[in-house]
Every structure is written in C-alpha cells, then in structure tokens.
Design a protein around this ligand. Structure first.
Ligand code: HEM
Length: 159
C-alpha cells in the first residue's frame, strides 16, 4: 500500500472550510493534494456502487437532461463510474503521461454530446457525493484537491 494512503484525513479547520468551494486556477496538484484524493478514494472504494448511485442521483437532479445519456442498466452506470474513478486515481501517478489518453477519452465524450458545462455539473455532483459520503471525517482540503483534479480533467478532455 502506498505511503499516501496512511495520511490522516484530519479534523476540519474553519479557514480551510471557507476556502472549500473557491475555484482553483492552478491545476497543478501538490503531493499533499494527491495524498488527500487517494486517501478519500480508498475510504469510498468498498462502497463504490452505493457512492455511484448517490452520484447519479445528484447529477440527474442538477441536470435532468443528462439522464438520457446514461440509458443503460444501473449496474452498468456503476461500472463506468468505477472505471472513471480508477482512471482518475491512476492519473495521479502519471499526470503528464496520461494526457493523450484523456484527450482521446474527451473526444469520445464530445461525440456523445458532452460539453464543458457537463464536466462542471459532474464535478459539482462528485464533490457533493464525496462530502456526503465522508461527512465529518472529511478533511476540508480534500474537496479543494478533488476540484483541482477535476478542473484539470475538464481542461484536458473538453478544453
Ligand atoms: C473526469 C472526467 C471523466 C472521466 C475520467 C470519464 C471517464 C469515462 C470512462 C472511463 C468511460 C467508459 C469508457 C467508454 O465507454 O468509452 C466513460 C463513459 C461515459 N461517460 Fe465519462 N468521464 C468523465 C466525464 C464525463 C462527464 C462530464 C459526462 C457527462 C455528464 C460523462 C458521461 C459519460 C457517458 C454518457 C459515458 C458512456 C456511458 C454508457 O456507455 O452508457 N463522462 N466515461
């Protein structure tokens, strides 16, 4: 198990909580941010199917028009969610190396009619899911780190 996964997801501090929703302009992830993302993912992973359901509920509430893009069975949605999440975790160790793959994946998404605004909606739904799932044990710097990673994905895939 990587050392990253032993990092404490410690108690929230007020100042960091206030910064939680501030959009990050710098899309470079620090080592600490990568650790926080991995750490939160490891804690969600055993319940990834449930997490996926919560995510899709929120996503479709934010943009009901997206429902028709995911017309397969729920289990299939959970599988795709899991594939996307794992790809994101792998990308943490290969930030630049994965860029061509992400650009290709972005082309495929564009062909399905998925635009930059959908990435922003997805990011909101995902961070909301993370906050609800980990609740009080969530380090307030973790959502900031996820937002930075998701902005980077958006830039690569939809930019
Ligand atoms: C962080 C950004 C994203 C990543 C890493 C990601 C990753 C993936 C992966 C790995 C697949 C499966 C590969 C495939 O079927 O070709 C997939 C499929 C899909 N993604 Fe994404 N995705 C992202 C953003 C989005 C967004 C923003 C939307 C729309 C809101 C979206 C909608 C879909 C749909 C509709 C499919 C196909 C599902 C199906 O076949 O039923 N994705 N995505």
């Amino acid at each position: 198990m990587p050392a990253a996964m032993h990092v404490s997801d410690a108690a929230p501090k007020k100042s960091a909580r206030r910064a939680k929703r501030a959009p990050s302009k710098d899309l470079h992830l620090t080592t600490e941010q990568k650790r926080l993302i991995l750490n939160s993912f490891v804690r969600l992973e055993p319940a990834l199917d449930l997490v996926a359901q919560l995510f899709f509920l929120k996503l479709f509430r934010l943009d009901p028009g997206l429902r028709k893009k995911f017309d397969g069975p729920v289990e299939m949605q959970a599988k795709k969610f899991s594939a996307g999440a794992k790809l994101a975790m792998i990308s943490l160790g290969h930030e630049d190396g994965l860029a061509p793959t992400l650009k290709l994946l972005g082309t495929r998404h564009r062909q399905m009619g998925i635009r930059a605004r959908h990435y922003r909606t997805m990011s909101r739904a995902l961070v909301w899911t993370l906050e609800r799932s980990l609740d009080k044990s969530l380090n307030p710097k973790t959502p900031v780190a996820w937002n930075t990673m998701l902005s980077r994905f958006t830039k690569l895939m939809a930019g």
